[in-house]
Design a protein around this ligand. Sequence first.
Ligand code: F6P
Length: 456
Amino acid sequence: MASPLVVVSNRGPLAFELDDGELRTKKAGGGLATVMGGAVQGTAATWVAGALSDADRRAAERGMVEAEGFHVELLTLDPADYASYYDVISNATLWFLHHGLWDTPRRPRFDRAWWQAWDGYRRVNRAFAERVAGCAPAGAQVLVQDYHLCLVGEHLCDLRPDLSVVHFHHTPFASPTEWRMLPAAVGNELLNGLTAYTACGFHNQRWANAFEATARDAGVTPPPTFVSPATADAADIEKVAASAPCDDALDRLDRLVGDRKLIVRVDRIELSKNIVRGFLAYDDLLRTRPEWRERVVFGAFVYPSREGLAEYQAYRQEVEGVIDRINAEWSTPGWTPILYDAQDDFPRSVAALRRFDVLLVNPVRDGLNLVAKEGMIVNERDGVLALSRESGVFAELGDVALEVHPFDVVGTSDALHRGLSMTDDERRTHFTRAHERVLQRTGADWLADQMNAAAQ
Ligand code: F6P
């Protein structure tokens, strides 16, 4: 008989909102709920997650939440500890480290406030472990997700040695040289925390190799690793694509774009996504290939993320400044080169993915990148994928995409031109191969890989 299953993540599959004083559930944001939700929904698995909003905390007061086919244990945390763990350590430190985002003359700075935040990260990891220890059935397999929760496994080894606990990192992993930027005691505590897991999983072999090399460089023997790229849930996204809100959004987009070509990006407003260089490449395209002026539109369907961090607020300003500059320079009566929409509206994003001629996915580094897969599932125009070689998904789709070097603005401009210029036959061949490739794996395959790793 299969072992009982417990999933653990910072952000769970459901988010709550208050509507006229009533608690209602809505689908949680973020890729994790998208990739894992479909496979876990309707099963007996327990999902332990943080209570992230006031409405979540109200729901948590009622105990285990049973909704939409999920059994969710919401963990209410001390707000100051949560800010330390999520903003300062998880996002402003580990996210930046693993994605190579630091502007090193200025950041990082491990000052006294940062060291206090580190203690908050430890306490929150301990709190997650205690909640799992309290609710996991005997002998359960526990799948702990992401860089927020590196230290949960070692606490569970002490609290519940009957459990088999696996960790899955959704980000890239820092190289040994990058890892040395962390204070040694912190780096070693994190690596030793990860070695307590039965195994550590990654979306791409490069990140698994980096983790092993980094551990060895620090004198730590890495645990077994496994590579299992997640995938978008095809049935789920096709359902959204077939919905009335998505059709309405597509009609609106069609009216705006008309018979022009459409470049699309769908991203969180996030430094690793490389949004500014994407626009600079488009600017270069319009400057150097005048034949595209008035014949193409760039639809940027991006949505705010981690707005508590100054770096993200500044990045959004930079993105909007570049858009304003490009639109001011190239617009003509009846043509706006960049359509910018910063609403968090999933049906609208899916409409854009149905409609693109070229999908630009050019992150500076990315654990996987689900948008590339989602686009290749729902597109209706034999659209072409321009894909960063630094995204985890490049290992699966690189040979059926136009390769983008994320720092090469001119090369990206060339890739956009190439994608826009393909013949119908070339587009069809390219799209069909990518579409078939994406459908080869399911969310259930990804979940099964983690469970198999736990069973070793
Ligand atoms: O890519 C790692 C990840 O944790 C994803 O699972 C998620 O989609 C994304 O980052 C968003 O993170 P957050 O929960 O901070 O919005």
